[in-house]
Design a protein around this ligand. Structure first.
Ligand SMILES: Nc1nc2c(ncn2[C@@H]2O[C@H](COP(=O)(O)OP(=O)(O)OP(=O)(O)O)[C@@H](O)[C@H]2O)c(=O)[nH]1
Length: 313
């Protein structure tokens, strides 16, 4: 059995604060505190003994862990909590406090032993890391938003379109279904910018984008901003006639926005649309497919704009 003096020395020389409170007296006053506790809190023995330890919380009594202590004390159980405590000079420190009940031979609760550690450095670091993590998550969400959505118009971005195209393509090859892509370009947009200014040009692009977006009729069809004043529609399981009808509707809807364009022979803002239709197989490539839609768009422009052309081999 260990010498009682060694035990006493261990308590007196411990770097952690050690306190004993009497569980048989009202409000569990402290009956012992070691020198490390005095050093940690700045209070002297006279100020500590016969008081309940809660004065260390000063006016900061509503803390996450205080109910945990109350419950453990009421039930005579062990608990480990981290509290904001205040030294005599008012400075705050994070106190990691363990409370252990002591029972006598008659199984009566007689005392509580409290062991206190200043964990301010650790808690501050944890809070800092948490803050950094929140910031990282916010930045990640913003980046994802930027990758998926076009910054100016808010509709899907080109990179999202490209990701979706490879998914749609793979699925179409496997299920032997068709794919339709439509390249859409705003007509005489350079002249529009020249006439009304770049800011009005940006506003017009936003209006066109949201009109195209709202004109998508089926769940899986979508439109993305391909770049500049160019948009792209991707649709699966659509036949050629449906594709032409849908592209005509898009042209009509944009024309019906009635955005004045004095330098255009159509007098209002219009779009041209080139369509490519494919039932992809192992030999075909999405690059050629997009090129076909681009060729069809070129023809629509050559035919006078505000037109739809379906690519024919
Ligand atoms: N305001 C604005 N203009 C843009 C943006 N992106 C591209 N443009 C402009 O769009 C115009 C496209 O001009 P062009 O490629 O010559 O084509 P266009 O004048 O529309 O003529 P067609 O396509 O042949 O009918 C350029 O003047 C670009 O500066 C944008 O984000 N905002």
């Amino acid at each position: 059995m260990i010498n009682i003096e060694i035990l006493m020395q261990a308590v007196m020389e411990s770097r952690d604060g050690i306190t004993i409170s009497d569980a048989r007296l009202p409000d569990y006053p402290l009956v012992f505190a070691n020198p490390a506790f005095e050093k940690l809190t700045g209070y002297t023995q006279d100020e500590i003994i016969n008081n309940n330890c809660r004065y260390l919380q000063a006016n900061d009594k509503q803390q996450r862990d205080t109910s945990k202590i109350r419950k453990a004390i009421q039930q005579g159980e062990y608990c480990l909590v981290t509290l904001r405590n205040y030294r005599k000079d008012g400075t705050m420190f994070w106190n990691e406090l363990s409370i252990s009940p002591v029972y006598n031979a008659q199984a009566e609760l007689t005392h509580f032993i409290g062991i206190q550690k200043d964990v301010t450095a650790r808690v501050t670091l944890e809070q800092h890391l948490l803050q950094e993590r929140k910031l990282l998550e916010q930045t990640k969400a913003k980046l994802e938003q930027l990758i998926i959505h076009d910054g100016l118009t808010g509709i899907y971005s080109r990179s999202y379109f490209e990701d979706q195209l490879s998914i749609f393509w793979k699925h179409a090859v496997e299920s032997q279904n068709s794919l339709v892509v439509m390249f859409i370009d705003v007509d005489y947009f350079k002249l529009f910018n020249d006439s009304y200014g770049h800011i009005a040009g940006d506003e017009a692009l936003k209006t066109v984008a949201s009109c195209l977006h709202d004109s998508m009729r089926r769940n899986n069809d979508f439109v993305a901003r391909y770049g500049g004043e160019e948009f792209i529609v991707l649709a699966a399981d659509m036949d050629k006639e449906q594709a032409i009808a849908h592209a005509d509707l898009l042209c009509q809807n944009i024309r019906n926005l009635n955005i004045p364009h004095a330098s255009s022979p159509h007098h209002f803002l219009t779009i041209s649309c080139g369509i490519a239709y494919i039932k992809p197989n192992a030999e075909s490539t999405s690059k050629v497919f997009l090129h076909c839609a681009d060729q069809a768009l070129y023809q629509a422009k050559a035919k006078g704009r505000n037109k739809v052309v379906l690519y024919k081999d």
